[in-house]
Design a protein around this ligand. Sequence first.
Ligand SMILES: Cc1cc2nc3c(=O)[nH]c(=O)nc-3n(C[C@H](O)[C@H](O)[C@H](O)COP(=O)(O)OP(=O)(O)OC[C@H]3O[C@@H](n4cnc5c(N)ncnc54)[C@H](O)[C@@H]3O)c2cc1C
Length: 313
Amino acid sequence: MTKILVIAEHLDGKLNGATARAVSAASAVKPDAIDILVLSDAPDAVAAEAARIDGVSKVLTVARSENAHALAAILAPQIAKAAVGYSHVFAPSTTFGKDLAPRVAALLGVSQVSDVMSVEAPHSFKRPIYAGNAIVTVEVDAGSTVVATIRTASWPAAASNGSAPVEVLGIDATLPSHTRFVGLQQGKSDRPDLQGAPKVVSGGRGVGSKENFEIIYKFADKIGAAVGASRAAVDAGYVPNEMQVGQTGKIIAPELYIAVGISGAIQHLTGIKDAGTIVAINKDGEAPIFEIADIGLVGDLFKILPDLEAALG
Ligand SMILES: Cc1cc2nc3c(=O)[nH]c(=O)nc-3n(C[C@H](O)[C@H](O)[C@H](O)COP(=O)(O)OP(=O)(O)OC[C@H]3O[C@@H](n4cnc5c(N)ncnc54)[C@H](O)[C@@H]3O)c2cc1C
C-alpha cells in the first residue's frame, strides 16, 4: 500500500503554500492515501487550512509546546515515529524541508531523495543536478521508505476545495534537549513574498549601489511585484541575503520575471528555470540573459525603468 505523509510547513498559524505543492507531487505518485502532518503547539488553524487541500485523505496533528517553533532537531524524532506505516514522507524543498528531511531520513535509516521535480514511478524520481544543467533519475529500493524533498517550483499548488478529516495523533517520542529556540530574525516587508509572488523584479550588479536599488523597489511596487536580486548584488551589500535568487538563493517560479542589470550567469538562471515570461533589461546586448529572455530590452536601466513606469501611467 502506498501511503504518503506530507509534512506541513507553517509560521504564525498560517500554512505555507509550499505544502500544497508537495501534495501535488504526492498525488503524482498515485498513492492510496495522502496525509498531512501538522506539528505545532496550537495546530488547529493550520490543520483546518491543510484539510482543504485537494487530494488529502486526512490531517494528523501533534500539539506539543516544544513544537512552537520549527526546530528540525525537535520535529524529526516525532516525524520518524509518525512515519511508521507510510511508504513515503515528503517535505517541501524549502529551508524548512531541507533542514528537516535529512534528519528524518537518518532516523529512519534511509537515504534522502532531494529536489524531486517529477515522479517517474513510486520509487523513481527526477531531480536537477549541476545547477540544473543535467537531470538525473534517482531510484529508491522498493522496500525502503522514501524520504524526499519536493522542488516547489516544479509543482503547482494543489487547489483548496477539499474537506479532509482532522485527527489528533498521539506520539510517544523522546525529544532532544541539545537544541533550543533562541529567536527568529526575519526581514519585514510589505511587498509580496519572493517565493510565492506571481511577479518578481530582480536587480543585479548593474544597479550599482544600495541607494540605486530604490529604482527597483519603486518599479516593483508600481506593478505589485516582489523584489529579488542576483548574488553579486547581495555580495556587494545592495540588498539582504534573503532576496537572492539562484542556485544558492531562492528557486522561484513567478509568471513574470524581470531581470534588471543581471548578466544571466548559470547559477542565477537555475533559480528562474520555471518562470513564465522572462524580461531582461541590460545595456550589453551580448549578455547571456538575452538567450533565455522572452523579451529583451537593450539599454541603460536608469533610462528604461522610468520610461516603463511612465508608460504604465
Ligand atoms: C557556487 C556558486 C553559486 C552561485 N549562486 C548564485 C546564485 O544563487 N544567484 C546568483 O545570482 N548568482 C550566483 N552565483 C554567482 C554568479 O556566477 C554570478 O557571479 C552572478 O549571478 C552575477 O551577478 P550579476 O548578473 O548581478 O552581475 P554581473 O555578472 O556583473 O552582471 C551585471 C550586468 O549588469 C549590466 N549592467 C551594468 N550597468 C547597467 C545599466 N546601467 N543598465 C543596464 N544594464 C547594466 C551589465 O551589462 C552586466 O550584464 C554563484 C556562483 C557560484 C560559483
